[in-house]
Design a protein around this ligand. Structure first.
Ligand code: SF4
Length: 395
């Protein structure tokens, strides 16, 4: 492995196509690799969707979303030929969970104390704006026993926190999500457990009970809400309405009162009115959502939403997005103000110039000064103030 700026014999570009912007960046990266002069192999969702990869020349191997590791088996061949070869699999359905393992590092590592375990791939949903089912196929879930051994391996390597992720994490169907929570509660060394994005309709009583009984499940959930308007949720074909979504959020607060909830929201979906947008804004403040990942609507060719009437002007979408970010920031600052004077337990993720940063149990960013602490330490601190992004604490 060499740095991207050094010439390599073989460049492997693992592309993304979830938004128009990620597709554009993938194409840009392919062009950059081609210019560097070595052989170039392209894999992932962009090439799965468009095996011609926008007509870019100079690529030696194009693979799709399935069997990405073929690129390693084919490496010798790719290096020895100028000829372009194609290995797109048109059938993304009906096969089992496929692990993409490279060497011994099976898991994406976020820092030296937090690691992701991918528990499923694909999605059976049919949200009108989403291209993922076309690029990733139907749901395949990783067996419990594999997840357990991966968690034990990570714990042995010194990881303290595990985040369970997937393309649509809550679609995991090898066992109920509650079984995962109960199973991972018993892994020696793992002190924090979180999930990636969850769909509100999958927040069951059984899941919440398992979370409440667990000593490692952290009091934070990230939900893919997308909108607070019934009309827009229907157009998006999300599998819940506003009432159901709010009930689920309330169930979380009733069962796990200390939990903070953050959310994904799409802004400027076709026909979204000021009134629809106002409903989304009020969900953010009424339910005190601690953080919002807002996505300006991005029309993906091949989806129903891309050809819907009532597309909003780009400028209007941008302004609404800015309003949502500002609103969510104000809600977060109110949460920060309430946190002042309380204690927090922090897993230290970085230390630089004696400044430690990490996340609280409820997933707020926090920093404090320390001469003696190291990455991976879990410490209790006093929150004394805050800035735009961080809670500020002292030991
Ligand atoms: S559930 Fe998520 S991944 Fe599946 S179609 Fe909807 S947005 Fe896409």
């Amino acid at each position: 492995m060499v740095d991207f700026s050094e010439r390599s014999d073989l460049y492997i570009i693992n592309t993304c196509a979830v938004t128009a912007e990620s597709e554009r960046k993938s194409a840009q990266m392919i062009r950059r690799a081609v210019k560097m002069g070595g052989r170039v192999a392209v894999i992932g969702c962009y090439s799965q969707l468009d095996p011609d990869i926008g007509g870019i020349d100079g690529v030696s191997f194009i693979g799709g979303s399935k069997d990405k590791t073929a690129v390693f088996r084919e490496a010798e061949k790719i290096l020895g030929t100028e000829k372009k070869s194609l290995s797109i699999n048109s059938d993304l359905n009906g096969y089992g969970y496929e692990e993409m393992s490279i060497g011994t590092e099976k898991t994406a590592v976020f820092s030296s104390c937090r690691a992701f375990i991918k528990i499923q791939d694909g999605c059976n949903g049919r949200c009108s704006y989403c291209i993922i089912p076309k690029t990733r196929g139907t749901v395949r879930s990783r067996p419990l026993v594999d997840i357990m051994s991966e968690a034990e391996r990570l714990a042995e390597m010194g990881y303290k926190e595990i985040v369970l992720t997937g393309i649509e994490t809550s679609a995991y169907d090898f066992a109920p999500l509650s079984a995962l929570v109960r199973m991972l509660n018993g892994v020696n060394g793992i002190e924090r457990l979180r999930f990636g994005s969850l769909s509100p309709n999958n927040i069951t009583k059984d899941f919440l009970d398992a979370a409440r009984e667990s000593s490692v499940f952290m009091p934070h959930m990230h939900l893919s809400l997308q909108s607070g308007s019934d009309r827009i949720l229907r157009l998006m074909r999300r599998p819940y309405n506003k009432k159901q979504m709010c009930e689920k959020i309330q169930n979380i607060y009733d069962t796990l009162p200390k939990t903070f909830i953050s959310a994904d929201i799409i802004v400027g979906f076709p026909t979204e009115s000021e009134e629809d947008f106002a409903q989304t804004m009020s969900v953010v403040s009424d339910y005190k959502l601690s953080h919002i990942h807002s996505f300006p609507f991005s029309p993906r060719p091949g989806t129903d939403a891309a050809v819907m009437e009532g597309r909003l002007l780009v400028q209007k979408v941008r302004l609404r997005n800015e309003r949502l970010i500002k609103h969510s920031h104000e809600v977060k600052q109110r949460i920060f103000e309430q946190k002042k004077g309380t204690k927090a337990v922090v897993l230290i993720e970085t230390v630089e110039n004696n400044i430690c940063t990490g996340h609280t149990e409820d997933f707020l960013e926090i920093k404090f000064n320390s001469m003696s602490r190291a990455v991976g330490d879990i410490v209790t601190v006093n929150i004394i103030s805050y800035d735009n992004r961080f809670l500020i604490a002292e030991e």
